[in-house]
Design a protein around this ligand. Structure first.
Ligand code: MN
Length: 187
């Protein structure tokens, strides 16, 4: 996909979001950004092939393997975006408040190269985050032939927790400790 769509959607003289560039060196970071836009959602991003592959998760991630969370794939974001916590001004694309809800690194499970798995519609990875840990699967649902709707599912391991609601238990930024309201004020 690359960054063309990301950059076309945004006016970088008005938004503090990074314009960014595609990275040549491999990396294995991930970030989950809590985004209070028109609707609150969580943006899950994995560094693959020099960009952050991105999914919007309306209900956020869960540590309960029984909770299959809809994850709608959106445009690739630049790797620099993982450091973005702040306010997107009114009228701009994605206007609202962005929090770094969780961040860390991942290791592929199964196939070494997640970009091959992405094309096939299933990837498995181990997250080493501040909040999210353990194995996860992202699988494409092919509902009505579209290639945007995936499910994020926690695998059964020592970090799985039945009935957990980690987004409510740990609502604040893993980066600054701030709440959404505090990030919005300090613009
Ligand atoms: Mn978003």
């Amino acid at each position: 996909m690359g960054l063309e769509e990301y950059q076309k959607k945004r006016n970088f003289s008005k938004t503090p979001e990074p314009k960014g560039t595609e990275k040549l060196e491999p990396g294995n970071s991930f970030v989950v950004q809590k985004h209070k836009a028109k609707r609150l959602h969580y943006d899950f991003r994995l560094e693959i092939d020099g960009v952050l592959k991105s999914w919007a998760i309306p209900k956020g991630p869960s540590l309960d393997p029984a909770e299959r969370r809809l994850a709608v794939q959106v445009e690739d974001h630049p790797v620099e975006y993982k450091n973005f916590e702040g306010v997107i001004p009114p009228g701009e694309y994605g206007a609202g408040t962005v929090m770094i809800w969780d961040f860390g690194t991942y290791e592929p499970l199964g196939e070494k190269n997640l970009s091959d798995g992405l094309k096939k519609g299933e990837i498995r990875f181990w997250l080493n985050g501040k909040k999210l840990k353990g194995g996860f699967t992202l699988v494409l649902t092919r509902y009505r032939g579209n290639r945007k709707n995936w499910l994020l599912i926690k695998e059964k391991d020592e970090y799985a927790r039945k009935g957990s609601n980690i987004t409510e238990e740990q609502p604040n930024s893993a980066y600054s400790g701030k709440s959404i309201e505090e990030i919005a004020i300090l613009k």
